[in-house]
Design a protein around this ligand. Structure first.
Ligand SMILES: CC(C)(COP(=O)(O)OP(=O)(O)OC[C@H]1O[C@@H](n2cnc3c(N)ncnc32)[C@H](O)[C@@H]1OP(=O)(O)O)[C@@H](O)C(=O)NCCC(=O)NCCS
Length: 174
């Protein structure tokens, strides 16, 4: 099984809309993110137009679209990006595709692009994603209590980060 990541293209939009609206993905991604065709197309356009600031990526397993994730530079001076929007299609679950993809993404952003810090927020109820983040080396930095409203309930978010020097220490070599 070969996992690779690449920037999303216009012909990925249908796959991405199907993934973001899947019942085993939708409840776990930020409520505010676009899930309709035009909204996702706008994200692809933004990723192509401003590649240094925003990137929407597709995860491929053996050349087939299997998942997605994104980054957005939120502080240029300090080289900080938020990462997130990670989703693996249920057909590809159970093989730790998310772990492999996240490690590739971390190396790309911290070592190739040269960012200093990646930040990640996960809903407090999403135990599977929290376990994933810890497996791939993200360091838990705290909890934002009742940070977001989801289905008329306030939910916590757990904050993680990874620094370039965390990679330099070789902690993530699998
Ligand atoms: C998080 C996600 C990307 C992980 O995908 P993946 O890498 O393919 O993960 P897998 O399906 O291989 O499962 C990884 C492990 O989690 C375990 N797991 C499954 N459900 C779990 C749960 N509710 N709590 C904790 N662990 C769980 C699996 O058993 C597996 O462990 P194992 O390999 O020891 O058996 C995927 O589950 C997903 O797309 N979830 C919906 C979207 C989401 O939550 N994104 C994160 C937003 S921040």
């Amino acid at each position: 099984m070969t996992t690779r990541i690449r920037r999303a293209r216009a012909d990925d939009v249908d796959f991405l809309v199907g993934l973001f609206t899947h019942e085993e993905v939708e409840p776990f991604l930020a409520a505010v993110r676009p899930r309709d065709h035009d909204g996702v197309r706008a994200l692809v356009d933004c990723s192509e137009r401003e590649p240094d600031v925003y990137g929407l990526f597709v995860v491929e397993v053996d050349d087939e679209p299997a998942g997605t994730m994104e980054f957005e530079v939120v502080n240029r001076r300090s080289s900080i990006a938020c990462v997130g929007g990670l989703a693996v299609h249920p057909r590809f679950r159970g093989r730790r595709v998310g772990d492999e993809a996240a490690r590739l993404f971390q190396r790309h952003l911290l070592l190739e692009v040269g960012l200093h810090r990646l930040q990640l927020e996960i809903y407090g109820f999403n135990e599977r994603a929290i376990a994933h983040a810890e497996r791939v080396g993200f360091v838990r930095e705290g909890v934002k209590r009742k940070a977001y409203r989801r289905d008329d309930e306030w939910v916590d978010s757990v904050m993680f980060a990874l620094l370039r020097e965390d990679l330099d220490r070789g902690e993530l070599v699998s």
